[in-house]
Design a protein around this ligand. Structure first.
Ligand SMILES: [Zn+2]
Length: 264
């Protein structure tokens, strides 16, 4: 009985100390993964993915991804991470950001982005997932669900957990299994992302335009990017509500880039 009580007290203490508050959206979340471990899992997953993909040699587009990425990272709530931005040659309409600021865009999504502000929309959303530590939140949930996984054994080189780690980080589709971000995580990434975009000097109106283009780009085959995300109508409606606040932040930035350079 006493043992049980001790366990409950310890669990409570962990829960209290492990609750973080996400920036911008100010939601609290439970994370039981040490930040240092999260960073190393992100870095290892990133290099594994890049080793299997073709990194784009297009100088102009690479520069654009770097430029937008650096501007958003600088005004984010974690500017000091070791940010990296890569462009992968692939028709996939996809992008991701791993813990520690490891970001990749697939060339397939750039056509829908159309311009730098479109890139900033996707970039803001992805960066927000990393900063709100959604991957670590999900790993925590998975570990609490699965007794087989102990926190100590959450090791990338332990191949048993690799699919779970990649899945929790949102990049499991090709590499193991996909664990979709929850709708709550998705809405939160939109909410934080549009603020980062505006702070970086990109016209937040383009976030609504991007999602409208994205919606009409879906032919018979739904794009993989955010296929588990909220319906586009809901998303556009919500972003439109967030727009006045984002426009205020955009208006207050010293340098405004508008929609920036066109993709093609
Ligand atoms: Zn997302």
């Amino acid at each position: 009985m006493q043992k049980k009580l001790k366990f409950i007290l310890a669990a409570l203490l962990i829960t209290i100390t492990a609750c973080i508050t996400t920036p911008v959206s100010e939601k609290s979340a439970l994370i039981l993964i040490p930040f240092s471990q999260e960073l190393s899992l992100g870095a290892q997953s990133y290099s594994e993915i890049l080793s299997k993909e073709k990194v784009s040699q297009n100088t102009r587009l690479n520069k654009m991804i770097q430029r937008v990425g650096k501007r958003l990272a600088a005004v984010s709530d974690m500017p000091d991470l070791d940010w990296e931005f890569k462009l992968i040659e692939s028709p996939q309409q996809n992008a991701f950001a791993l813990p520690g600021g490891k970001v990749a865009f697939y060339t397939g999504i750039l056509q829908i982005c159309e311009n730098e502000a479109g890139v900033a929309t996707v970039m803001g959303h992805e960066i927000a997932h990393a900063i709100a530590r959604h991957g670590a939140q999900r790993m925590t949930q998975q570990m609490l669900i699965s007794r087989a996984m102990s926190f100590a054994s959450l090791n990338y080189s332990n191949s048993q957990y690799k699919p779970l780690i990649l899945g929790a980080l949102g990049v499991g589709a090709k590499y193991g299994f996909q664990l979709p971000f929850s709708r709550g995580n998705e809405s939160e990434a939109d909410e934080i992302g549009i603020v980062y975009m505006a702070r970086a000097g990109y016209d937040p109106n383009e976030a609504v335009n991007f999602w409208t283009r994205f919606q009409s780009s879906k032919g018979n085959q739904p794009p993989e990017f955010m296929s588990t995300h909220p319906s586009d109508e809901t998303r556009i409606e919500r972003l439109t509500k967030l727009l006045p606040n984002a426009l205020k932040k955009y208006g207050a930035t010293p340098v405004q880039h508008g929609i920036g350079e066109k993709v093609s």
